[in-house]
Design a binder for this molecule. Structure first.
Ligand SMILES: Nc1ncnc2c1ncn2[C@@H]1O[C@H](COP(=O)(O)OP(=O)(O)O)[C@@H](O)[C@H]1O
Ligand SMILES: [Mg+2]
Length: 243
């Protein structure tokens, strides 16, 4: 079934530079509809750069990025949000001085929802994250780290994305919250039917919940395949799973 699913996102030979310094070298990868695909790799490998270039925050200097069959290589990020690509950046960037509810409403900024549609979307997020409902009038800056991460994700879901990209969602969270976070990502994929691209240094967790994975090293894809196969590979175990 997985092999017949249509490709929603495809990168072909993508090169990205910061000034004179090349960060990505000919990245080729694809994500099929309804998949969870992870990108694993050490610090500095180029994982965030890959997501920033897909989401239009940092332009690719070579190659092509296709979304639903359309060339989006030169598209701006606000256009890509409208097309259904949401990027949840590292570091749970919420608006600290705004309430939980206002943060969520900001997530619907690119959509022309009626008041009724907006409320329905809020209720959807509160069903997924009941703790956000209890805290809806509270300032986002006063939430715990885990709650802020949930809010950042819920805000992304407000615009009904087709593809959601998570950048290190487990970073800095307590172990019990990390498990909850990965469960949530699986539910977003299975129940909401949102395709997921996941970047994680926690390679074990990423491989556990994803269908397929790419291994990025120094801006180059070093390996790829079914996550279960990668988890069995001696090289991957040694380099990323602690032996
Ligand atoms: N804003 C930037 N300016 C210059 N170099 C950068 C910038 N952001 C990232 N880099 C460099 O690009 C490479 C990839 O970084 P990044 O994509 O953040 O890796 P990862 O997310 O895998 O840790 C690194 O060598 C990093 O130093
Ligand atoms: Mg990063």
């Amino acid at each position: 079934m997985m092999s017949t699913a249509k490709v929603i996102l495809a990168l072909k030979n993508v090169d990205v530079f910061y000034g004179q310094v090349q960060a990505l070298f000919g990245i080729t990868l694809d994500v099929k509809q309804s998949e969870i695909v992870s990108i694993i790799g050490s610090n500095g490998a180029g994982k965030t750069t890959t997501m920033r270039s897909i989401s239009g925050l940092h332009g690719a200097h070579g190659g092509q990025i296709m979304f639903e069959g359309e060339d989006i290589t030169k598209q701006k990020s606000h256009v890509l949000v409208k097309k259904g690509i949401i990027y949840v950046p590292e570091g749970r960037l919420v608006f600290a001085d705004m309430s939980v509810q206002d943060n969520l409403e900001m997530g619907a900024f690119s959509k022309d929802y009626s008041r009724k549609e907006l409320l329905a979307h809020l209720e959807e997020q509160f069903a997924l994250f009941p703790r956000l409902k209890e805290r809806r009038p509270q300032l986002a800056g006063s939430l715990s780290g885990g709650e802020q991460q949930m809010l950042a994700i819920a805000r992304g879901l407000m615009s009904d994305p087709k593809l959601i990209m998570f950048d290190e969602p487990s970073l800095g969270l307590a172990p019990v919250i990390v498990d909850e976070m990965f469960d949530t990502i699986v539910r977003i994929n299975k129940d909401r039917r949102v395709t997921v691209l996941l970047v994680e240094q926690n390679a074990y967790m990423a491989l556990s919940i994803s269908n397929r994975a790419y291994v990025l090293e120094n801006g180059v894809i070093k390996a790829s395949g079914e996550s279960s196969n990668l988890m069995e590979s001696d090289d991957i175990r040694k380099s990323y799973l602690g032996g």
